[in-house]
Design a protein around this ligand. Structure first.
Ligand code: ADP
Length: 307
């Protein structure tokens, strides 16, 4: 092991989904964790993938750590806080439409940046640092400021800092705070990986080019804009290119499409330094993910061999 480390920072939650007859199935998921999962599935053994979050000291937190560990993702940096519990969400199905209920207001993950020494140690140990707009949204404002300062240090130290704005207005106290903090997240990053529908809806971008230029103007060197079945627009150091999405016969569940794309993209980008090659690979992985149920699709189903 040469010890290169991919560090993802955010919240993993307990997921409850319908299992028929009024029964519920328990799982674990969350945007930055999903990306770590796909990065782990796609990266070679010379990379370790670690998850940074905060959890409680209850049985559910223990189960989540065991789950993360079993996925081959490092848990040694996870902060455990006495008396706290993980966040939880439930997926309900009504007439084929999925809806989500969340219990995350007092989740342990909201305190993930409240121990600055531990945060610094984690970020300093990494070669790539990944975080999202959801990571920022769940933090108290002063902790978001702490995290962003660490992220800027990482960028200044030459680490690959990657940010998915993952805009969720419900998690923010106001549009102004959301716009300002997400823009600060992008400014503190090297590579920004937005989804165009979110950016159009919440930043008012009238074209993919507008999204790219807005993030470049903030100081992100590289931008990857995902646009669902309509493909991926890349701008790396000013050089534009386009990669089509892969054709999918039947879209079963789009949960985690963007998260899986990001994990697969980064894995291949770290290995090849070629953004177009990485995007083609990630489009293949994401196409398989939207063809299956659930956020976390097993490595064996991702069609990785031969890619
Ligand atoms: P998000 O899930 O963040 O909204 P997108 O919907 O843009 O992100 O999807 C991310 C990636 O997943 C796309 O870039 C594409 O590669 C793939 N993808 C999503 N939806 C489809 C689809 N209907 N057909 C094929 N690929 C898809």
């Amino acid at each position: 092991m040469s010890g290169r480390r991919f560090l993802s920072i955010g919240e993993c939650m307990v997921e409850l989904s319908q299992a028929g007859d009024g029964l519920l199935r328990k799982g674990f998921a969350g945007d930055t964790f999903n990306t770590a999962w796909y990065a782990r599935a796609c990266l070679g053994p010379d990379w370790s993938v670690d998850y940074f979050t905060a959890l409680g000291d209850d049985t559910m937190s223990d189960e989540m750590v065991a789950f993360i560990d079993k996925a081959g993702i490092g848990t040694s940096l996870i902060r455990r806080i006495k008396g706290r519990t993980p966040g939880l969400y439930m997926i309900s199905l009504k007439n084929g439409e999925r809806s989500f209920s969340y219990w995350r207001d007092s989740s342990a993950a909201r305190s993930l940046a409240a121990d600055p020494d531990r945060l610094r140690e984690a970020v300093e140990s990494a070669d790539l640092v990944y975080f999202s707009g959801i990571t920022l949204a769940i933090l108290p404002q002063e902790d978001a400021t702490t995290l962003l300062a660490e992220i800027r240090r990482a960028k200044a130290a030459g680490k690959l800092v990657v940010f998915d704005p993952n805009i969720r207005p419900r998690l923010w106290s106001s549009y102004d705070v959301m716009h300002a903090t997400i823009s600060e997240g992008a400014r503190s990053s090297v590579l920004v990986m937005p989804s165009f529908d979110d950016e159009a809806a919440h930043f008012g971008d009238d074209s993919i080019e507008a999204t790219i230029q807005r993030y470049r103007a903030l100081g992100a060197a590289d931008v990857v804009v995902k646009n669902g079945a309509d493909g991926i627009h890349l701008n790396f150091a000013g050089n534009q290119s386009f990669v089509p999405a892969e054709k999918v016969e039947t879209v079963v569940d789009t949960t985690s499409a963007g998260d899986s794309f990001n994990g697969a993209f980064l894995a291949r980008y770290l290995e090849t330094q070629d953004a177009a090659v990485a995007a083609r690979f990630a489009a293949g992985v994401a196409a398989r993910v939207v063809s299956e149920h659930g956020a976390l699709v097993a490595k064996e189903k991702l069609g990785l061999s031969g890619r």
